[in-house]
Design a binder for this molecule. Structure first.
Ligand SMILES: C[S@@+](CC[C@H](N)C(=O)[O-])C[C@H]1O[C@@H](n2cnc3c(N)ncnc32)[C@H](O)[C@@H]1O
Length: 218
C-alpha cells in the first residue's frame, strides 16, 4: 500500500472514530458504530492474506451513516450499504463532505466513486432488486458481507442461501464466544480478527442425495 493511501485510511478512520454514535447500552445501542481504526487493522490482514483486493465486492448490511463503506471503498471494487433508518442514512452525505474537505486540506485521496448506499430492509428481497437495477450487482456477486452484530442470524441465512461459495460473512462486535451459522464455516485460524471480527466462509452447497440405483441413459 502506498504511503499516501495509508495516511488517507488513517485519517478516514480517526475522522469517523471521533464522531461515533450510540452507546453500548440504552436506546441508541442499535446505532453503535464500528471502530474504524480496529477495522482497518483487520482489513490489512485480509489484504495480506489475499482475501480482499481491488476486485472485491463488499456489502454492509445495516450500514448506518456509511462509515464502513467509506473506509472499505479505498480497498475494493464496489462498496454497497443498506440501511433501514432513513434519518441515519441522511448523515452519510454531510459527514462525507466534511471528510472530503479535511482530506483535501491534507492533500490525501478522496473516497472513490464506488460507494452505493440504499435505504431499505436488508432482509427484504425488494432492496436487492433495486440494487441490481441501479448498480448492476446481485447478492451472488459479493465477496464480503458485513454486519455489526445486528440481525446477524437473519443476515447469515441470506448469505447462506444467496451468496456464492467462498463468500465471507464478517461479523463485527463479537467477544470470546463466537456464534455459529448453518452453512457457514468459521475461519478459525483468523477469528476473531483484532479480538472483535469473526469471519465465516460460505460453503459449497452439498449436492442433494439422489435416489440409489443406476442412472439410465436418456
Ligand atoms: C450497529 S449499527 C452499525 C452501523 C455501521 N455498519 C457501522 O458498523 O458503523 C447497525 C445499523 O443496522 C441498521 N439495521 C438494523 N436492521 C436492519 C435491516 N433489517 N436492514 C437494514 N439496516 C438495518 C440499524 O438501523 C443501524 O443503523
Amino acid at each position: 500500500m502506498d504511503e499516501r493511501l495509508s495516511r488517507t485510511l488513517e485519517l478516514v478512520s480517526s475522522f469517523y472514530d471521533q464522531r461515533k454514535v450510540g452507546l453500548d447500552i440504552g436506546s441508541l445501542g442499535f446505532r453503535r458504530s464500528t471502530d474504524l481504526k480496529t477495522l482497518l487493522a483487520c482489513l490489512a490482514v485480509l489484504e495480506q492474506e489475499g482475501l480482499m483486493g481491488p476486485d472485491s465486492m463488499f456489502l454492509d448490511m445495516g450500514c448506518g451513516d456509511g462509515r464502513v463503506n467509506v473506509l472499505v471503498s479505498y480497498l475494493v471494487k464496489v462498496s454497497v450499504g443498506i440501511e433501514v433508518d432513513e434519518w441515519t442514512l441522511e448523515e452519510y452525505v454531510p459527514l462525507k463532505k466534511e471528510l472530503e474537505h479535511l482530506l483535501g486540506e491534507h492533500d490525501l485521496y478522496l473516497p472513490p466513486a464506488n460507494i452505493h448506499l440504499f435505504h431499505g430492509d436488508a432482509t427484504c428481497g425488494k432492496i436487492y432488486e433495486e440494487m441490481q437495477e441501479s448498480v448492476g450487482v446481485g447478492l451472488e456477486d459479493f465477496d464480503f458481507f458485513y454486519t455489526y452484530l445486528i440481525m446477524h442470524e437473519e443476515f447469515s441465512r441470506i448469505v447462506q442461501e444467496k451468496a456464492k461459495p467462498g463468500a465471507i460473512f464478517m461479523v463485527y462486535g463479537v467477544d470470546k464466544v463466537l456464534p455459529s451459522y448453518q452453512g457457514l464455516e468459521l475461519l478459525k485460524e483468523m477469528s476473531p480478527l483484532g479480538g472483535i471480527l469473526a469471519l465465516y466462509e460460505k460453503k459449497i452447497k452439498p449436492q442433494p442425495v439422489g435416489r440409489t440405483g443406476t442412472a439410465r441413459a436418456m
